[in-house]
Design a protein around this ligand. Structure first.
Ligand code: SF4
Length: 360
């Protein structure tokens, strides 16, 4: 890995092209990308499936370094992160491209964009970190597409942010190989991983990826890093919302991650190539939440729907409401600044002030 963002050399003097950190050259002289499990093998001039990595001059390059799309300030709850600095602002952006091909992509205009420059703002890592500071954002989020595909840029932005006391948040599908995974998540303070379903068939048919590498990444972030972790599953009617699948997913979460990793079920809206499916009914989200709680997940939320109970953080010990949310309005009702319950003293897992709470 290169260290400081400002030290990255540009390829062919193109301000937005840098040499990739993870690739190899194959015996038949192709360039093999070592970022995600696809391991695209490219001949000179070809682009990977994500479109923003390419083989140029016997090197793999990233072609969107410093091209930020969708720069805007969001509430941290929108990522969604409910146990990480609740009520704070986050400067969010993505780039073009994606390493999955989800047929229902909710951000397809970015993930499948081919005219990268048209949708983007020129923003160096230093510029993004100073924008975040100027806007009073506590953190910067890599979101909309997936920081996996713009890893070098995301890591450099995160380093700049860390130097200024600004946190970094990755919103990702977790489809990444072990070496870049370590590099990416070492720079992150909080991560929301999109666990798209709990079936290999779903991943293969609707995302173009596989389930196992995603589960590995989730376990890695939970067990091998200090980043705060939450999970999101978008429920699509008839595809991944059966009682059995939700039960199996929640059981896996409790067994492999423990009961304190928050789980968000969010509602699907017909998009991209899946306009034929109806939106997720509120009842499915409420049902999924109930099943996950029955399986032992302590903090389960519903998203993209009005649900007072499903958007409230409850104390796992005395069941009092600690934080209430209405849309993106956040009201802390029974929580002390350190994240403990004002009523019974039990510690709510998460990152509420200066220190990260234990997940035990
Ligand atoms: S990151 Fe892009 S180029 Fe690299 S293996 Fe994945 S899809 Fe292919």
């Amino acid at each position: 890995m290169s260290g400081k963002p400002t030290m990255r050399a540009r390829v062919n003097d193109d301000p937005f092209v840098v040499e990739a950190d993870f690739y190899s050259i194959t015996d038949d002289a192709r360039i093999e990308c070592r970022i995600c499990p696809r391991r695209c093998r490219l001949r000179e001039g070809q682009r990977g499936l994500c479109f923003i990595r390419a083989a140029r001059g016997r090197r793999m390059v990233l072609t969107t370094y410093g091209l930020a799309a969708g720069l805007s300030v969001d509430p941290i709850e929108k990522k969604p992160l409910y146990h990480f600095l609740p009520g704070s602002s986050v400067l969010s952006f993505g780039t073009a491209g994606c390493n999955l091909t989800c047929k229902y992509c909710q951000n397809w205009h970015l993930s499948r964009a081919k005219e990268v420059g048209l949708t983007s703002t020129h923003a160096s890592p230093e510029k993004i970190a100073s924008m975040a500071a100027g806007l009073d954002a506590r953190s910067v989020a890599f979101t909309y597409n997936d920081p996996t595909v713009f890893l070098e840029y995301a890591v450099d932005v995160a380093n700049e942010c860390r130097a200024r006391g600004i946190f970094s948040v990755a919103v990702t599908a977790g489809y990444i190989l072990p070496e870049p995974r370590a590099a990416l998540f070492a720079s992150m303070d909080a991560v929301n991983i999109d666990l798209k379903a709990f079936s290999e068939a779903f991943y293969r048919r609707l995302t173009g990826g596989h389930l196992a590498p995603v589960l590995e990444t989730i376990e890695y972030v939970r067990n091998e890093t200090s980043a705060w972790l939450e999970l999101t599953t978008l429920l699509i009617p008839g595809e991944n919302d059966s009682d059995q699948e939700i039960e199996a997913l929640a059981r896996w979460v409790v067994e492999r991650l423990g009961p304190d990793v928050p789980l968000h079920f969010s509602g699907f809206h017909p998009a991209f190539k899946m306009l034929d499916h109806p939106p997720t009914p509120r009842s499915s989200l409420v049902r999924a939440r109930r099943i996950a709680i029955e399986q032992g997940v302590r903090h389960v939320y519903t998203g993209n729907v009005r649900d007072r109970e499903g958007s409230t953080t409850f104390c796992h010990a005395c069941k009092k409401a600690l934080i209430r949310r209405d849309g993106f309005d956040v009201v802390v009702v029974e929580m002390k600044p350190d994240g403990s319950c004002a009523s019974c003293g039990a510690r709510c897992p998460g990152f509420f002030q200066a220190k990260k709470a234990s997940l035990d």
